[in-house]
Design a protein around this ligand. Structure first.
Ligand code: INI
Length: 177
C-alpha cells in the first residue's frame, strides 16, 4: 500500500453551477476556433453552467486575446476565462511572435488579476494537427479547457475561503475575488 507523502490535498470539484465564465475567441482560423468554442461550451454546460452565466467575446486574431481577457478579468464579473485561438506556422516568423505573445499575455492577464485564464490556443505546424485537436483524433482541446476552467473557478474560490478562515476572517459575502 502506498503511503501519502503530503498532508491535505486541495482539489476542487467540477461543478460549474453558480460560476460565471467568459470565452475570448479569435476569428483567425475560425474553422478551428469555432470547434474549440463548441467543445468548451459543451464542457461548461455538462458541468452545470447556466447559459446566462456564459459570455462569448470575439477578437480578430490570437494576438488580441490577452487584452480582451485582461479587461474581462479586471471587470470582476467572471470567475474564469477561456482563451481560444489557433496559430498555424507559416512561411515566416510571424507565427513565433503571435504564439509567444498570446501565451505571455494570457499568463500575465491571470497573474495580474487573480482570475484564471485557461490557455486554449493551439500552436500547430499544420492544419491537420489543428483539426486533430479540435474534435478528431486527439479529442477536442476546447472541451478540456472547459473542464479546466470549471476546476480553476472552484479552486480559486476554495483557496480564497481557506485564506479567509486561516486569518480568522470570514470570506466577504457575495464577493467573488
Ligand atoms: N492570428 C491567429 O490567431 N493565428 C494565426 O495563425 C495568425 N497568423 O498566422 O498570422 C494570426 N495572425 C493575426 C494576429 O493574431 C493579429 O490579429 C494581427 O497581427 C493584428 O494584430
Amino acid at each position: 500500500m502506498s503511503k501519502s507523502l503530503h498532508g491535505k490535498e486541495v482539489r476542487a470539484v467540477a461543478n460549474a453551477a453558480g460560476f460565471r465564465f467568459a470565452l475570448v475567441v479569435s476569428r483567425f482560423n475560425s474553422f478551428i476556433t469555432d470547434r474549440l468554442l463548441a467543445g468548451a461550451l459543451d464542457a461548461l454546460k455538462a458541468a452545470g453552467a447556466e447559459a446566462e452565466s456564459i459570455e462569448v467575446v470575439s477578437v480578430p486574431g490570437s494576438f488580441e486575446i490577452p487584452l480582451a481577457a485582461k479587461k474581462l478579468a479586471a471587470g470582476g464579473r467572471v470567475d474564469a476565462i477561456i482563451a481560444i485561438g489557433c496559430v498555424l506556422r507559416g512561411e515566416t516568423t510571424h507565427f513565433d511572435y503571435v504564439a509567444s505573445e498570446v501565451a505571455r499575455g494570457v499568463q500575465l492577464a491571470q497573474l495580474d488579476t487573480g482570475i484564471p485564464v485557461i490557455f486554449c490556443v493551439l500552436t500547430c505546424d499544420t492544419l491537420e494537427q489543428a483539426i486533430d485537436r479540435a474534435g478528431l483524433k486527439s479529442g477536442n482541446k476546447g472541451y478540456d479547457a472547459g473542464l479546466a476552467a470549471v476546476e480553476m473557478a472552484n479552486l480559486s474560490r476554495k483557496l480564497r475561503s481557506n485564506d479567509a478562515s486561516r486569518s480568522g476572517k470570514s470570506a466577504p459575502r457575495g464577493k467573488r475575488r
